[in-house]
Write a protein that binds this ligand. Structure first.
Ligand code: PAF
Length: 281
């Protein structure tokens, strides 16, 4: 496995390849990431994983400095899976004029709601780095987790709006046996908090079941917020949305998505579930 530490090394390597699939990550890889890599490998022999903790997507009070960096262990795990290359660019390669002067990608209509309302600028940071990674790596395919559902929709729209020649593939959320969605931020939780945090998935499942016979979305959201609070969470939001554009749900939508963000102690967790509306025409 090649470890490409600069844009120059990447470009040199890329010239000698034909098809490439990309799995963009911020490192600290868990089984959820490894599943993205396995999915990419099913579609393409030549997989490159990028590892870059992107400062542009972190808010001023967020965990950029403490975000876990585990490059050696990450590379061992990727090598064992048969990844062709790991791209770990330097900050000067990614933002050569500094963060403040960097050209940014805004995806309107979807970036300022839900997680974007609580984390201003976050999705601009995500869209900008993913667009840059697509330009640097020039993959035919890029694989992302559905756990970050809003992020996945932002990336899909950005790719479509900018006519980027990349297929964006979402893959199902990997869960602990408790139902807790796998996330690098789970490492911040104590054993007890981890157990409590599985209530996030249970609440999504309960709401999904109720949606079969009840489309009073506001009442369902309120009940879910109460359940999360009782389980020890400080909820940020629980929202039922149209699965495609993430606008407010209507009874006519063919697919909904239930999206939740909640704090367990200091740790902000997110999760989601998609629901098919069996009554849609
Ligand atoms: O999901 C992530 O790990 C990041 O948001 C991504 C897509 C690698 C962009 O930095």
């Amino acid at each position: 496995m090649r470890i490409l530490k600069s844009l120059a090394e990447l470009r040199n390597w890329r010239q000698q390849q034909s098809e490439v699939a990309l799995v963009p990550t911020m490192g600290n890889l868990h089984d959820g990431h490894l599943q993205l890599v396995k999915t990419a490998l099913e579609r393409c022999d030549n997989v490159v994983v990028s590892i870059f903790v992107n400062p542009m997507q972190f808010g001023a009070n967020e965990d950029l400095d403490s975000y876990p960096r585990t490059l050696e262990a990450d590379c061992r795990a990727l090598d064992a899976l048969g990844v062709a290359a790991v791209f770990t660019p330097q900050i000067s390669d990614v933002y050569p004029r500094g963060l403040d002067k960097q050209t940014r990608i805004e995806v309107p209509g979807i970036s300022d709601i839900l997680c974007g309302a609580s984390r201003p600028g976050h999705f601009t940071g995500v869209a900008t780095i993913v667009c840059k990674l697509f330009n640097m790596v020039q993959p035919q395919l890029a694989v992302f987790g559905e756990k970050d559902y809003q992020q996945l929709q932002v990336i899909r729209l950005m790719t479509q709006d900018l006519s980027l020649p990349v297929e964006v593939l979402g893959t199902p959320t990997q869960r602990e046996t408790s139902g807790l969605a796998m996330s690098s931020r789970n490492g911040y939780l104590s054993a007890e908090q981890k157990q409590q945090a599985s209530a996030l998935y249970r609440t999504l499942e309960k709401t999904k079941a109720e949606l079969r016979s009840n489309t009073d979305f506001k009442a369902l959201e309120k009940a879910a917020i109460n359940d999360l609070t009782e389980a020890g969470f400080a909820p940020d939001y629980f929202s039922i949305r149209n699965a495609k554009d993430l606008q407010e749900a209507t009874p006519e939508d063919s697919q909904w998505v239930l999206l939740a963000a909640a704090f367990m102690g200091e740790t902000r967790l997110i999760d989601n579930l998609r629901v098919t509306n069996n009554n849609a025409k």
